[in-house]
Structures are given as C-alpha cells and as structure tokens.
Design a protein around this ligand. Structure first.
Ligand SMILES: [Zn+2]
Length: 275
C-alpha cells in the first residue's frame, strides 16, 4: 500500500460520519466511460442541453437514437471495485451518506443503501407532457418495435447514449408518450437543468451532519457537485479527493490522491471496514 493510500485510510478512520460524493470515475471500470479527460475538458461532443432537447426535434431524435443504441451495453454494466468498496465500507464503517452524480444505479446494485442519486437514474423515464413514469427497459422494447430495421454500431457514453452516424439517425423514430403523445425524457438531470430542490436539500442536510467529505472519481467540473466541496470548505469540514486527474476542488482539499478510484478505495477502506 502506498503512503498516500495509507494516509487516506488514516484520514477515514479519524472521522465519524463521512459524506462521500462520487462521479464518473467510479464507473469507468464498469465500462461506462467518463465524458472528461484528466484536465477536466470534454473528450467528445458535449452532452445534450435540456433546452435543445425540449425544443428541437432533430436533437430529440438524435438523443433517443443514441440512447437506444447505447442501452444494451449500459444496462449490462456491473458494479466495479469502487462500488463494492463503498458498499462494504457503509456496512462496516463510518460512511454515513453517499451522494452520486452518476445515473447508472451501480452503487445500489453493489449493495449501498443510503444513496442519493443527485442527477437521477437512467432506468426511469418521465413524460414531459403528462408526467407519467415508465421503465427505461420496457421502453427499449417499444423503440425496437417502432424501428424494426434500424441498426447502429454503438460506442457507449456515460449517460447511456452512444456515438452513431447522422445518416442512421435520420431514419430513427423516437419514442413518444403512449398516453398523451408528449416527449419522453429519462428521469435524469440534463445539462442546463437544476437538481430538484428537495433532492438537493436532502443531500445538503446529509453534508451538514457529516464531519468529513470524500470526493471519489469526480472532477467536480459540474457545479451541482462542486458546491458540496464549497459548502464543506466554508463549514471547516475536511475534504479528501481521490481522482485520476485534476479536479476543481483540489485547492480546497486537505488530502488529494491521484489514481484509480477502485484500487485506492479498496485499499484505503479495507482496513477501515475491518475496524
Ligand atoms: Zn404523456
């Protein structure tokens, strides 16, 4: 175990109620790639903005074509070392709250219980017209039935969509609400959208009860995550960060470890979990 990982293990065991904020870096080992590189810059075309999704038919069609193509790989992803380490730590140690920016549900599948899905879950779909909720898995079959001849070679992206060519997208028939004909949207926070107020309040209250903040696998480039680091810093709550690459919170952290979040957390919490 490296010195820095040992230091993180000691840092964890010094606290009683650790609030953990996780991001895309926890799920890359599960085959769900991160949008951002090690400098926090976009690796590929930036994700869909909510305003364009709501108002432009071409954007709506492209979103759903990519989501449809990416779903088999996204839904087959299994929890990785980071998810397993956090679930074990919650069962055995002082992990009090787990707030994730990921929409893949992998923390819950690994066994974590006190999870707040800050940006929602991709497995649920909501109608923007009548607010009816449906399951994303069931919608996949509906889309398949409406697009019997449609095939695309997909490359997964973190929100479950895929990179596919524009010609294929032209012929794609996107889904509509079967009750009102309205636009359907996965129940996740899109770029340009706010985290629902009650969900944010729940996470903020959890942070107020915590005596330490650990950021795991997030560059904190999205403000909805970064503001937890700001709040902790302002409240004098110590911050540790485990991430591959720089983060927006590095200057606020008492401890920063560069590395694979699964490996680091497994080593650092393994000892803590046995206490
Ligand atoms: Zn509807």
């Amino acid at each position: 175990m490296s010195d820095s990982v040992s230091e993180l293990g000691r840092w964890i065991s010094r606290h009683r109620r650790v609030f953990v904020l996780t991001g895309a870096g926890c799920s890359t080992a599960s085959g769900i790639p991160d949008y951002r590189d090690e400098n926090g810059e976009w690796k590929r075309r930036p994700p869909v903005m909510i305003q364009a999704f709501r108002t432009q038919e071409a954007v709506y069609r492209r979103y759903w074509a990519r989501a449809y193509a990416g779903w088999p790989r996204f839904s087959a992803a299994a929890p990785g070392a980071a998810h397993q380490a956090l679930a074990a730590w919650e069962r055995a140690g002082n992990l009090e709250s787990l707030v994730t920016q990921n929409v893949d549900g992998l923390h819950q599948r690994a066994g974590s219980r006190s999870v707040i899905d800050l940006h929602g879950r991709l497995e649920d779909v909501v109608c923007l017209g009548c607010r009816e909720r449906t399951s994303r898995a069931a919608l996949q079959d509906v889309i398949a039935a409406a697009n019997p001849a449609w095939h695309a070679v997909s490359v997964a992206a973190p929100d479950g969509d895929a990179q596919i060519d524009d010609v294929a997208i032209q012929s794609f028939v996107p889904p509509r609400c079967d009750r009102c004909g309205g636009a359907l949207k996965p129940d996740v926070v899109f770029f340009g959208e706010n985290v629902p107020a009650d969900r944010y309040a729940q996470a903020r209250d959890a942070l107020a009860r915590a005596d330490a903040l650990l950021v795991a696998g997030s560059s904190l480039m999205v403000y909805s995550g970064f503001r937890f680091a700001q709040q902790a810093h302002e409240a004098g709550v110590p911050i540790a960060i485990v991430n591959r690459g720089r983060t927006r919170g590095d200057d606020l952290a008492a401890l920063k470890i560069e590395g694979d979040v699964g490996t680091v957390l497994t080593e650092a919490t393994g000892r803590n979990g046995r206490v």
